[in-house]
Structures are given as structure tokens and as C-alpha cells.
Design a protein around this ligand. Structure first.
Ligand SMILES: [Mn+2]
Length: 402
């Protein structure tokens, strides 16, 4: 057993360089900086990063520059960083900027294993004094899940940490993603996990299973659910483990949910609702719900709403209209004299759905309305593309969790 107590930080899912919107990309980085600042102030013994440090395998020069500056601070303070790659910073070629960071001496990638003849995967430890740290990387689309059922360690240590970037069954909920049973993992004292953007902690006997949450939320839903980022501080004397989730509040988030039924009157309805609220310097999340009996989502004047929110000096504005339902209309195939475009569309869709009955058909009306969403004047293509993709993902209920 170690005689002295060890204190370390566990971060995951920093997604540096994430967010298309510049102001949110900046907040994301500032939140990471805040975590590093706390680690330095508390003079922790080491830092774990459980995957998705960067949002992509090839981050921008600007993000790399800023990130290296943060890692240099830890290096100068002699606080080592141990990490694994995640689904986002994973690259099939095996080459990522994590290697550059490692070559510079700023971190140690602890992914180290040997595949045995029987197909089992023997992990090899990296040591921080007497603490053994094992790691297995996350891959795209949960490709590592099968591998994880084959991993093992061949020695016992006074204190063992296993770093993985994978979802365990306890936190998967109804999400359509691959997961593993935590009981099937080799025995460790601390499971430093990442991938699912939630805060989660469980204790079984002497083992702790922790998802610290992302260092900053990564999309609309996460901003609404988590408000801000977080990480974990863990203290152990070898026998006992104490963990604490450190919150990183950085900018206030306000989620406004408004039910609408008439898209033609919705713009005014939304503006008068917003008028009563204090939005100054807040991240404004506007979520629209309801079933439209008049008009379509395209009738809502979002540029007007956005201008209004800007006048109220909000920090930034994001909207989500994926919960809006369009009232199902009865149609008759024989009424071909119809000259209203929407009605013709809905007739064709109805006819198509009858001939090709699948669960997917329910998305068709919303997809049609979403795909007709226009690019705003002087909106950058990338921003428009992002807006459109987010909306499509929402409609298809593909909420980003990775
Ligand atoms: Mn992630």
C-alpha cells in the first residue's frame, strides 16, 4: 500500500475545437482552461484524460497552439498527463495529434496491449509510482466493445486504474449505442471512463466507476441538460477512495420551451414570451414543441427572433424545433384536382407510405419541411450546414452522444 495519499484529476470528452459557433468553441476551450487552472492550484499528482481530448483527429492549428500552451503549464508544474484516444480523436491510420503531444513530452498515451494467440487481449500497465494505469482506446461507432470483453491484466497492483472510452450498460438508457457490462471488465480500483456525456458515479466493493461529464457540453441538448462542464478529483491512500465532481460554471444557460400550434402567429408569440425574460449575457436555448394545425415550421421567422434576442444582449442563441409535430391530414388519392402544394405533398407521401409501410415514414413530413429550410443571408455555408444537420439529426432522433 502507498504510504502517502495521491490526488489526481479525471477529465474526459474535452472535444477541443468542437462547436461550429465561434463563441461556443471559445467557451468550450475556456472551460478546459478552467479545469487546468484548478488542477494547477490544487497541485494534483497527475491527470487522466479518458478520450476525445480533441474534437477531431486533425484539430486546427489555432486549437493545437492553445492546447499545447495548457499542457505546457502542467508539464512545467511536473504534473504528468496519462491519456487514451476516444472515438473522436481516433484515427484508423493510428496517427493523431495525441502522438505529437506525446512526442513533445506533454502526455503519455497508456494504450498498450498484446493480442494473444487465443484472441485475448493482454493490457500492459503504465506506472505512476505504485499506481498501475491501463488503457484501451475508444473507436468509431463502439467498435471497441467486442475487444473489451477480451481484455485482461496479468498482475495485481496496490492500486489499479483502467481507462476506457466506452459506454457501460448502466448509463446507456434508451440510446441506440453499443455498451458493455461493467462486471465483465477486469478488476480495477478506479474505472476512468469517457464517451457518454453525462456525470455518473457508481461504487461496487472497492471499485469506483466514473464518467466525469464533458469539460463543456457539446450540443443543444447537453447544454440544456448539463448547463456547464465538469471533471473529477480523486483522492486515495490505496485503501480508501474519495471522489468529487468539480463543476465548471462559465456562462449561464436559459432553456425556453414554448408550445406553438399556429406557425403563422408563432413569431409574435415567441417574441412576446422572450420580451418578459432577462437574456443578457446568457446562452439562450429555444425549444419549440406542439402540433401545428396552421402553417409550417418554415413560416416561423427565426431571423426576426434572433434579431430580437440580440437586442436583449444575449450571449448566443440556439434553437431546436425537432419536437414540433405536423398535424396528420386525411387525404384521398382520387382528389387529383388539388392545387395546394402542401396537400399534394402529403397525398404523395401518404400514398407512398401505404405502398411502402416502414417506421421511417413518420419522419418524412418533418424531413421535407426541414430540407426546405433556407440559408440565411450572409450565413456561412458551414454554419448553415451545421444548422441543417443538427435539425436532421434531431428529427431522426439521432441525438449526438459521441
Ligand atoms: Mn465524446
Amino acid at each position: 500500500m502507498q504510504s502517502k495519499s495521491t490526488k489526481f484529476a479525471h477529465l474526459a470528452d474535452c472535444h477541443l475545437g468542437g462547436w461550429r459557433q465561434e463563441e461556443l468553441q471559445k467557451l468550450n476551450f475556456q472551460s478546459f482552461q478552467k479545469a487546468i487552472q484548478i488542477i494547477l492550484q490544487q497541485n494534483l499528482d497527475f491527470v487522466l484524460i479518458s478520450g476525445d481530448l480533441f474534437d477531431s483527429a486533425y484539430p486546427s492549428i489555432e486549437i493545437l497552439k492553445e492546447s499545447f500552451a495548457e499542457f505546457k503549464k502542467l508539464h512545467d508544474a511536473k504534473i504528468p498527463v496519462y491519456l487514451i484516444s476516444g472515438s473522436h480523436d481516433f484515427s484508423v491510420s493510428g496517427k493523431t495529434f495525441l502522438d505529437v503531444l506525446e512526442k513533445a513530452g506533454f502526455c503519455k498515451n497508456v494504450e498498450n496491449w498484446e493480442t494473444q494467440e487465443d484472441g485475448k487481449i493482454k493490457l500492459k500497465p503504465t506506472f505512476h509510482e505504485q499506481i498501475a494505469i491501463y488503457g484501451y482506446p475508444g473507436k468509431k461507432s463502439g467498435m471497441e466493445v467486442e475487444d473489451l470483453s477480451k481484455i485482461y491484466f496479468d498482475s495485481m497492483h496496490p492500486f489499479t486504474i483502467l481507462m476506457i472510452h466506452t459506454t457501460i450498460r448502466d448509463v446507456v438508457g434508451t440510446l441506440p449505442i453499443e455498451s458493455i457490462k461493467k462486471e465483465s471488465l477486469p478488476l480495477a480500483n478506479y474505472y476512468a471512463m469517457g464517451h457518454i456525456h453525462k456525470r455518473f458515479e457508481d461504487k461496487i466493493a472497492n471499485s469506483r466507476y466514473v464518467y466525469p461529464g464533458p469539460t463543456y457540453p457539446n450540443n443543444f441538448q447537453e447544454l440544456s441538460d448539463l448547463q456547464h462542464g465538469s471533471f473529477q478529483i480523486v483522492e486515495t491512500d490505496g485503501a480508501n477512495i474519495q471522489t468529487q465532481n468539480i463543476q465548471l460554471p462559465i456562462k449561464e444557460v436559459i432553456t425556453i420551451t414554448i408550445e406553438i400550434t399556429n406557425a403563422l402567429e408563432a413569431t409574435q408569440q415567441i417574441i412576446s414570451h422572450l420580451d418578459k425574460l432577462m437574456l443578457r449575457d446568457k446562452i439562450v436555448l429555444l425549444k419549440l414543441t406542439g402540433t401545428l394545425s396552421q402553417g409550417k415550421t418554415g413560416d416561423i421567422k427565426f431571423t426576426e427572433i434572433e434579431d430580437f434576442i440580440k437586442k436583449k444582449e444575449a450571449f448566443t442563441f440556439l434553437r431546436n424545433i425537432s419536437s414540433i409535430k405536423i398535424q396528420a391530414t386525411d387525404f384521398q388519392i382520387e382528389s387529383t384536382s388539388e392545387d395546394n402544394i402542401e396537400k399534394i405533398e402529403s397525398q404523395i407521401l401518404g400514398e407512398y407510405s401505404k405502398q411502402n409501410p416502414t417506421d421511417f415514414n413518420k419522419y418524412l413530413p418533418q424531413l421535407m419541411s426541414s430540407l426546405s429550410m433556407e440559408k440565411n443571408e450572409d450565413e456561412k455555408s458551414a454554419v448553415y450546414e451545421d444548422r441543417l444537420l443538427t435539425e436532421l439529426k434531431n428529427i431522426l432522433e439521432l441525438n449526438e452522444v459521441i
